[in-house]
Design a protein around this ligand. Structure first.
Ligand code: SER
Length: 586
């Protein structure tokens, strides 16, 4: 209905983007519908025109610990419409109002609607235009509230880019309770469902707001929240969007979600986290659980889910069957979930199993230490204990922190970071002592094998997918060893395909050139690297013809034809989610 409404108002319906942002290392996941549209909000022409709408899958984990209340979700669907320098406040607000209140559309009682607008800061005035438009539509002044920047300004906090004031729409969930002060209410009576952002500024690196060359509209309506309001439900988890999943959990543990508040919370966390994990793993650009970036967020979601599942006494292997329910429920709207079903189930099942094995021992250890600390009147858990829980039992730091908070304990974050850094330094020293940069020596044979790893890396990505990343390498004059992120055993066909690609690249006799650039320039050029801040400002990139571009210290051969014939000798598991290839040049 939403897409139809905006189509009727001249909008092109475009498809939603991946959950993994394209070419943008500043965010881990797509957090709003505007995210994939940033270049167009800044002025680039969009091929579908200046009026767009869509449904975007989003992940937000900033509030992960709030999941369990009536409205917080880490995965949600956002309905959005955009004006790229086309219409502005007048039309945007009028259409929001019509869609929300018209009997032909959502049909909310206009008396239940409250809105907020931006109150202004020095240099940017109160959004009087929005107030006037709302009044003209019939909203009494008593239900139009001016709020400060923290509430009514959209823009990635602290970062540069398109931003602007917004007007947010709320539904009164308890109109029978009489008048309430909107600003004072902290009972969740007023439930936000839609946000119209007027993106007319660009925040510069100096923190200034300069007018954009075009004034845009970016609106976002939370699907789950809106459905809860339409169906008169007290929480998003009671809507039909969640009913199959909640039923599946109830069946698996023989309990009712509404039993008591602790059980309700655990149900909600399990349902939310399983759904998020399924969508992350089911994305065509999937990441798999790891200790880095997106993989770490995914791991944290799954492990947190397992912890709450324990509380409900869900049987081992619960995550696979719940994931099946999610895939079946959403596969029509998101066919990628069906396509990637096997990966979703196996990765989720594997991570669950791995964590279940150590969870009890870790919790036992943690409870013991917490008890001891409390007996001695200590209110902070030492950093090295937090690190040990991470290192030995796979407890993400945030996880330990959350459990501690429930027991009124703080954790020593700084001490944890220190213990972590020391550990990293020691392992680095260990690695350096044996091999510099993974190379045993700088002989021709070793150098050639090193060049072959670049061809291998790229070929693995081509055959297995973009999730493949180098995790380590170790090269002697006799052979190369290459570790990479991937969780299935490679089939014979896949190994063969990789060999063919590498050998073709060798046969093409491509030149290899080195360039010293800034990290930024290498990133922009699309060089493969971890980009995790461990590189110096100026770095070397090696280009092999048009085939591969990678940040690397060298040394490398001058052209590929000297390498000989590449052959994979062995492919095996190295650690969870990481495979290891041994290969030779003959
Ligand atoms: N970007 C705004 C939000 O996410 C409106 O779409 O709330």
């Amino acid at each position: 209905m939403y897409l139809g409404f905006f189509r009727d108002h001249g909008h092109a319906v475009i498809s939603g983007g991946s959950l993994i942002p394209e070419n943008d290392p500043t965010v881990l996941f797509t957090t709003a519908g505007m995210h994939p549209l940033v270049p167009y909000l800044l002025g680039e022409a969009h091929p579908a025109g200046t009026r767009l709408c869509n449904v975007q899958k989003c992940i937000r984990t900033g509030d992960i610990e709030a999941v369990g209340d009536v409205s917080h979700l880490t995965f949600f669907e956002m309905l959005g419409n955009w004006s790229l320098g086309d219409y502005f406040k007048e039309e945007a607000i009028a259409w929001s109002y019509e869609f929300l209140t018209s009997k032909a559309y959502l049909g909310f009682d206009p008396n239940l609607l409250s809105v907020t607008v931006f109150e202004g800061i020095e240099g940017i005035p109160l959004d009087q235009a929005s107030i006037d438009i709302w009044k003209k539509l019939g909203l009494p002044e008593s239900r139009i509230h001016a709020c400060p920047m923290v509430d009514n300004w959209w823009g990635p906090a602290g970062q540069t880019g398109p931003c602007g004031p917004d007007t947010e729409m709320f539904i009164d969930t308890r109109p029978g309770d009489g008048d309430a002060d909107f600003h004072e209410d902290n009972t969740g009576r007023f439930f936000e469902i839609w946000n119209d952002v007027f993106m007319q500024y660009n925040k510069t690196a100096e923190g200034l707001y300069e007018p954009l060359q075009q004034a845009n509209v970016d609106t976002g309506m939370g699907l789950e929240r809106t459905v809860a309001m339409l169906q008169g439900k007290p929480s998003v988890f009671e809507t039909e969007l969640f009913s199959s999943l909640i039923e599946a959990i109830e069946d698996a543990c023989s309990r009712r979600m509404s039993e008591d508040p602790d059980v309700t919370r655990a149900f909600r966390v399990v349902a939310d986290h399983v759904r998020s994990a399924v969508f992350i793993l089911g994305d065509d650009k999937a990441v798999v659980p790891s200790n880095l970036g997106q993989g770490y967020v995914l791991r944290r979601l799954i492990r947190r889910c397992v912890r709450f599942a324990k509380q409900l006494e869900l049987p081992m292997g619960f995550s696979r069957s719940l994931a099946e329910t999610v895939v079946d429920e959403y596969r029509h709207a998101y066919p990628e979930l069906d396509r990637n079903r096997d990966r979703v189930l196996s990765e989720l099942g594997r991570e669950e199993e791995k964590f279940e094995k150590t969870l009890d021992r870790g919790l036992h250890e943690l409870n013991k230490v917490v008890q001891k600390m409390q007996e001695h009147g200590q209110a902070t858990l030492p950093g090295r204990v937090v690190f040990k829980l991470y290192d030995t039992y796979g407890f993400p730091m945030e996880f330990t922190e959350e459990i501690c908070r429930e027991q009124k304990m703080a954790i020593d974050r700084e001490g944890y970071e220190k213990a972590f850094a020391k550990h990293r330094e020691l392992s680095k020293q260990g690695a350096q002592k044996s091999f510099k940069g993974g190379l045993a020596d700088h002989s021709d044979a070793t150098t050639n094998l090193h060049t072959a790893t670049h061809l291998l890396h790229k070929s693995l990505q081509m055959v297995l997918g973009d999730h493949v990343r180098q995790r380590g390498s170790n090269i002697t004059p006799e052979r190369l060893r290459f570790d990479f992120s991937h969780s299935q055993k490679m089939t014979d066909e896949e190994k063969q395909a990789v060999e063919v690609l590498v050998n073709q690249a060798i046969a093409d006799d491509m030149p290899i050139s080195m360039e010293v650039t800034s990290l930024e320039a290498a990133r922009e050029a699309g060089a493969m690297a971890l980009f995790d801040g461990k590189y110096a400002e100026q770095i070397k990139t090696y280009r092999i013809g048009e085939f591969s571009l990678e940040v690397c210290g060298g040394p490398h051969a001058e052209k590929t034809s000297v390498l000989g014939k590449f052959r994979i000798k062995k492919e095996e598991a190295c650690s969870a989610g990481v495979r290891r290839i041994r290969a030779v040049l003959e």
